[in-house]
Ligand binder design. Structure first.
Ligand code: XMP
Length: 508
């Protein structure tokens, strides 16, 4: 394992991912955890990330000097290198001119870190403070247009630094530098992979639950599906999955989940058809937050009832991901834009001990594990779908059975065309929204007064920000004409061209 300490840089998560892509397990920890915590994890190396502050700014995150005495190799990137330089007696100063974006790196003395790499290379920079002199005992390895010292090392002390960002794609030899550090310098073996995660997690799950009974709330999304499969692989029939069909799913989705788990993997699965219950709760509810709360509360009620029937289960599987862990750790009382409901968000007071086999993984790693476990590719690559389902895509009105069915049919056509066009995986999400408005049309010489379907398709990396997808015009035309021809009530199709921010991805 390698620890990445996060000094607040915008690329910190990316560093952790790049390390993992090189087959080395990495964890991103906040910079203030201190040397003791790092030592406890027994990592083979330590990376100090970049950060937005100046090392001289009041309150700027400081370096715990003990971190350089752990007896493991240390690599400072950008702010991380400046911290090392300052701590060990080199010279860091604020420069008049910053260095942002592409820059030319000249390797003057390759040393250990930059050995066998081209003398001249491009790299990506993003800094204002600059290292002018390496600390005593260090070798300055490279310079760039604006940085007299753009890389440095002290092989005896096993401390290295680079001013540029090896983790971004715009640094062509960044991969090689990270590889050099991790495999050659830290001595990592680079064999961490989806298969090794599976083995490791199976052992952990067995150790945690012993012969206990376990329940898992299955939504059909990739996280809860992979979590359930892993747990089933570990403890077999001690696991029961509960799938609450709230009637707000997409077309055929319920059947797909049931057949994937019950038929294909023979996992004990309780499928609850709770459509009626949810529709009753949604009667007359139009306000978005009220809708979300009604669905969330009913979901917990149904789940609790079913879990109670299973009897003496002490453990609950949750598909919590690493990004959820990082985000909730860094939460600083941000405004509630929407109250999220999802299967993974069952409340703690359900009186279960949690089993969270995906807690250390990023989404793409979860997909890799899913594929390794033989999960259908349709489920492995499923786009995110909100816990409250289609109900929050019926906007400004009540989610009735009729409207849900109409939305389901429109959504089916949209998905079908997106898949046929080979775009499904490129889009973060593609779905329809049904606003509570009618518009006038003319069809077959007759006046119509029909429903409007909104197409919403976005690209995104993490749903925090998103851009509206530039779908080809011909495809849009094909989708619109299919919807209007095949769906009797629809006479108009419109495209949402709002990014996030200012819009959110969903309309409610
Ligand atoms: P917004 O609309 O806030 O959505 O930009 C960001 C991402 O979260 C999904 N989403 C939800 N997921 N429960 C979920 O599990 C929810 O209540 C919920 N609301 C929104 C949304 O689809 C998008 O991917």
């Amino acid at each position: 394992e390698v620890v990445v300490l996060d000094y607040g840089g915008q690329y910190s998560q990316l560093i952790a991912r790049r390390v993992r892509e090189l087959g080395v397990y990495s964890e991103l920890l906040p910079h203030h955890v201190g040397a003791e915590e790092v030592r406890r994890r027994k990592p083979k190396g330590l990376i100090l990330s970049g950060g937005p502050a100046s090392v001289y700014a009041p309150g700027a995150p400081a370096l715990d000097p003990e971190l350089l005495e752990l007896g493991i190799p240390v690599l400072g990137i950008c702010y991380g290198m400046q911290l090392i330089t300052l701590a060990l007696g080199g010279r860091v100063e604020g420069a008049e001119i910053g260095e942002f974006g592409r820059s030319e790196l000249t390797v003057r003395e390759p040393g250990r870190l930059l050995a066998d790499l081209p003398r001249e290379q491009k790299c990506w920079m993003s800094h204002r403070d600059t290292v002018y002199e390496a600390p005593p005992g260090f070798t300055a390895l490279a310079s760039s247009t604006a940085s007299p010292v753009a890389a440095l090392e002290n092989v005896e002390r096993d401390i290295y630094g680079i001013q540029y960002h090896p983790e971004v794609v715009h640094t062509p030899f960044g991969h090689e530098v990270l590889q050099r550090f991790l495999l050659d310098i830290c001595g990592c073996d680079g064999t961490w992979s989806a298969a090794s995660i599976v083995e490791d997690q199976i052992a952990r799950i067995r150790a945690q639950v012993g012969t206990g009974k376990v329940v898992c709330g299955l939504s059909g999304g990739v996280d809860s599906s992979v979590a359930a499969l892993l747990v089933h692989r570990a403890i077999g029939e001690q696991l029961t999955c509960v799938f609450v069909d709230h009637g707000l799913m997409r077309k055929n989705e319920g059947e797909q989940v049931i057949s994937a788990f019950r038929d294909r993997f023979q996992i004990p699965l309780v499928a609850v058809d709770a459509e009626e219950r949810f529709l009753t709760k949604l009667k007359g509810v139009t306000e978005p937050e009220a809708k979300r709360k009604a669905i969330g509360a009913e979901f917990i009620r149904v789940f609790e009832e079913e879990a109670a029937k299973i009897g003496d289960a002490n453990y609950l599987v949750q598909g919590t991901l690493y990004s959820d862990v990082i985000e909730s750790g860094g939460g600083t009382g941000a405004a509630t834009i929407k109250s999220h409901h999802n299967v993974g968000g069952l409340p703690d007071d359900l009186q279960f001990e949690l089993v969270e086999p995906l807690r250390a993984l990023f989404k793409d790693e979860v997909r890799a594990v899913g594929a390794e476990l033989g999960l259908d590719e349709r489920l492995v690559w499923r786009q995110p779908f909100p816990g409250p389902g289609l109900a929050i895509r019926i906007v400004g009105g009540e989610a009735t059975k009729d409207r849900l069915d109409l939305l389901r049919d429109a959504d089916y056509i949209f998905q079908d065309e997106i898949r046929k066009a080979g775009l499904y995986r490129d889009l973060w999400q593609s779905f329809c929204v049904l606003p509570d408005v009618r518009t006038v049309g003319v069809q077959g010489d007759e006046r119509t007064y029909g429903a409007v379907v909104v197409l919403r398709a976005v690209t995104s990396d993490d749903a925090m920000t998103a851009d509206w997808a530039r779908l080809p015009y011909d495809l849009l035309e094909q989708i619109a004409s299919r919807m209007i021809n095949e769906l009797r009530d629809v006479n108009r199709v419109v495209l949402d061209i709002t990014s996030k921010p200012p819009g959110t991805i969903e309309w409610e």
